[in-house]
Ligand binder design. Structure first.
Ligand SMILES: [Zn+2]
Length: 214
């Protein structure tokens, strides 16, 4: 069954147009029940830096709305971080890593994500708008076996439509998914219908989609 969720949203803490308070109000208006704000943590774009993580986390933690749940997330640019320590000072509900397969050294990046998951297993760790087509096809089974083994979440991102990547055909009900709009503006908020439709067309049950809980 479809749920009214959106687990990839940007606020004014990075390059989004709405403050978290405004996001919450807009989300309530759209009848969303569960949202995760995932602002950028990166050196190369309009993003949070290490010093800003405290105020960002506290601002999200102090948002209250009886109609829906709000969760604390980050979208992390792996190429920007020196170590993971700055990420471990808060109990994030979801950390999405981007550009894992973008770089020539994708294997090293994948192992960094796995190491983070192994060392700090309390976090939901996902791959933001992943496309597998940058991988050599001979390595896809290897990569997917690691993703399953370490329960790395694969995001279906309706902004990037990454699930149209033909190699998503390799995915089935043994994987974990997250759904996000990658909203930067109000009109994009909660627009994850196409991702649900994709999962249904592949007969992947909605129980494979993560459900963040307080
Ligand atoms: Zn994003």
């Amino acid at each position: 069954m479809r749920r009214n969720i959106d687990y990839h949203i940007h606020s004014t803490f990075s390059d989004g147009e709405l403050h978290p308070t405004e996001i919450l109000k807009a989300a309530e208006g759209k009848n969303l029940k569960s949202i995760c704000i995932t602002d950028h943590f990166s050196l190369t774009k309009l993003a949070l830096n290490e010093e800003e993580l405290d105020i960002y986390f506290n601002t999200l933690e102090n948002q209250n709305n009886s109609a829906l749940s709000i969760f604390m997330g980050l979208e992390v640019d792996l190429s920007s971080i020196k170590d993971f320590i700055s990420l471990t000072k808060h109990s994030w509900d979801l950390i999405l890593f981007e550009y894992v397969f973008f770089w020539p050294d994708w294997e090293k990046k994948l192992h960094e994500v796995i190491r983070f998951k192994k060392d700090y297993f309390d976090y939901n760790i996902g791959l933001a708008h992943t496309r597998f087509t940058r991988l050599p096809e001979s390595r896809i089974n290897y990569v997917l076996s690691k993703i399953t083994k370490y329960e790395i979440i694969i995001e279906l991102n309706t902004g990037y439509k990454n699930y149209l990547d033909p190699w998503f055909g390799y995915l089935d009900e043994t994987f974990l998914f997250s759904l996000g709009s990658d909203a930067h503006m109000e009109y994009q908020l909660g627009e994850v219908t196409a991702a649900w439709t994709y999962l249904e067309s592949r007969e992947i049950p909605s129980t494979c989609v993560i459900d963040l809980k307080k």
